[in-house]
Design a binder for this molecule. Structure first.
Ligand code: ITT
Length: 218
C-alpha cells in the first residue's frame, strides 16, 4: 500500500534523502510548489512549524516539512537555525552571536561553500575536544487545515573537521565528521551510508513509528 505525503521544502537534497530513507516503507513523496515561507523564529521547532503549516495549507493535504542545521558547541551553537544562509550574517565573538544580515543572492552550492569556509575560519585554533558539533532536525507532519499530527526531533553527533573533505551530500557535510564515521566527513561517505546514520534517518525512524499508529487509528 502506498502512503502519499506532500514534501514541503525548497531543498532538493532533503527530498532525495527523505525519499530514499522512506522508500522501503511504501511512502511516496509529492513535491509541492516552492512557496518558501519566511523563517522568522529563532529556533528549529518554530521554523519547522511555520514551514509545515504553510506548505500543508498550500498543498491541501498531509505534508512533511523539516527545519535542520548544524550546531557547534564552541560557537554558542551557531549556525543553528540560521544554517542555510549563515555566511550572509555578520558574526560577533564574545559572546558568539549574529549581527546584521546581508543577503548575498548566491546559489545554494555557492553559499554552502561560503558557509563551510566561515565555520572553518571561526574554528581556527580551536582543538579537540572543543570541536564538538551536531546536526539537528525537527520534522513535522501537518494536515491541510494546519493541524500538527507529528512532531519529531533528533540529532547526529560528531565534530568539525580541520578542512573540507569529500564530494557527496550537501550543506555542511564536507566539514562534519560523525562520531561513527571513522574520521570521514559525511561528504566522504557513500550516500547510503549517510542515510543509515544521519539525523534525518533517526527522525524518520520516529516518523515511521508514528505512521504505524496513525494508520491503525479507527
Ligand atoms: P527549506 O527551508 O526549504 O526546507 P533549507 O535548505 O533552507 O530548505 P533549512 O532552513 O532547514 O532548509 O536549513 C537547513 C540547512 O542546514 C541546509 O541548507 C544545510 O546548510 C544545513 N543542513 C541540514 N541538514 C544537513 C545535512 O544532512 N547535511 C549537511 N548540511 C545540512
Amino acid at each position: 500500500m502506498t502512503h502519499r505525503f506532500y514534501i514541503g521544502t525548497t531543498n532538493q537534497h532533503k527530498i532525495r534523502e527523505i525519499g530514499s530513507i522512506l522508500h522501503a516503507t511504501g511512502c511516496e513523496l509529492i513535491p509541492t510548489d516552492k512557496i518558501d515561507p519566511e523563517e522568522t523564529e529563532p529556533d528549529f521547532v518554530g521554523n519547522a512549524l511555520i514551514k509545515a503549516r504553510a506548505y500543508a495549507v498550500h498543498a491541501g493535504g498531509l505534508t512533511i516539512s523539516e527545519d535542520s542545521g548544524l550546531m557547534v558547541a564552541a560557537l554558542n551553537n551557531l549556525p543553528g537555525p540560521w544554517s542555510a544562509r549563515f555566511s550572509d550574517f555578520e558574526v560577533h565573538r564574545d559572546p558568539w552571536r549574529l549581527g546584521a544580515h546581508h543577503p548575498s543572492g548566491l546559489s545554494r552550492d555557492e553559499i554552502d561553500r561560503k558557509n563551510n569556509d566561515l565555520v572553518l575560519e571561526l574554528m581556527r585554533g580551536i582543538e579537540q575536544p572543543r570541536r564538538a558539533a551536531m546536526f539537528k532536525v525537527v520534522m513535522i507532519v501537518a494536515a491541510a487545515d494546519g493541524e500538527i499530527l507529528f512532531k519529531g526531533e533528533n540529532e547526529a553527533h560528531g565534530w568539525i573537521a580541520p578542512e573540507m573533505r569529500g564530494q557527496n551530500g550537501f550543506g555542511y557535510d564536507p566539514i562534519f565528521i560523525g562520531h561513527n564515521t571513522f574520521d570521514r566527513t559525511y561528504a566522504e561517505l557513500d550516500r547510503h551510508r549517510k542515510d543509515l546514520i544521519s539525523h534525518r534517518r533517526k527522525v524518520l525512524n520516529d516518523f515511521q513509528d508514528w505512521l504505524g499508529r496513525f494508520l491503525r487509528q479507527p
